[in-house]
Design a protein around this ligand. Structure first.
Ligand SMILES: CC(C)(COP(=O)(O)OP(=O)(O)OC[C@H]1O[C@@H](n2cnc3c(N)ncnc32)[C@H](O)[C@@H]1OP(=O)(O)O)[C@@H](O)C(=O)NCCC(=O)NCCS
Length: 193
């Protein structure tokens, strides 16, 4: 009989792969994460995703330092009828990225839809931000409106996504207050608004 002490414990294939130097490429072997529209029943899921963002990410996403209460209010007030809210889910069906494409409250199609997006830290650098952006660009085009993103000039990843799409970034105003980097916005060349 072999005693338990003499038995070699092998790591599971899953944990072996996760600790290997190839771990960062694992997502490439998985089916592409699901991107789909979200509804009002998913407010809790959206809140969890946003509350997980650290202070700096919240600042990049919303342009100011957002408290947990303010984030919760933002989620409670999301208008799923007027706006397009969509997310990306991993293979465990956990929300790893989400975006809100906000249309003008009065349905004014001469104005632009505004995009805000975020990707969970653990899922960054895999093209999910670019996928959300591409989806938003298609929805805005189908609705016949321009697309605008307010972003801070320090937001290198967002600026990259936008410039990869062939857009030029325009400075939309002076710094609102000392210490806050000027907001920038992107407008698709040739669109209305
Ligand atoms: C901005 C954000 C959405 C990007 O998401 P992401 O999934 O990591 O982005 P992607 O993987 O699609 O990368 C897009 C491009 O940016 C580049 N990039 C990613 N992170 C970068 C960084 N920190 N610095 C410079 N470039 C970066 C990528 O290399 C890629 O360019 P490439 O295709 O030419 O290689 C994510 O960082 C985030 O959630 N930030 C906090 C919230 C925020 O800033 N929202 C945007 C304002 S509304």
């Amino acid at each position: 009989m072999i005693s338990a002490q003499n038995q070699t414990t092998w790591p599971s294939a899953d944990s072996f792969l996760r600790t290997s130097p190839f771990a960062k490429y694992l997502h490439l072997a998985s089916p592409p994460p699901l991107l789909r529209s979200m509804g009002r029943s998913e407010r809790d899921c959206i809140a969890r995703h946003l509350l997980d963002l650290d202070t700096h990410d919240r600042y990049l996403r919303f342009g100011y330092l957002v408290s947990d209460d303010q984030l919760q209010r933002y989620v409670d007030n999301l208008d799923f009828e007027r706006d397009e809210v969509f997310g990306i889910y991993d293979r465990r069906l956990e929300l790893i990225a989400m975006a809100q494409l906000a249309f003008a409250p009065d349905g004014n199609h001469d104005s632009c839809a505004e995009l805000g997006l975020s990707v969970a830290k653990r899922a960054r650098g895999r093209g999910y931000g670019a996928r959300l952006f591409a989806r938003a660009a298609i929805v805005a085009r189908n609705e016949g409106v321009g697309l605008v993103i307010h972003m801070l000039s320090e937001n290198a990843a967002m600026l990259k996504i936008v410039s990869n799409a062939g857009a030029s970034v325009v400075r939309s105003g002076p710094a609102p207050r000392p210490g806050l980097v000027s907001p920038w916005s992107w407008r698709r060349p040739g669109t209305r608004g």
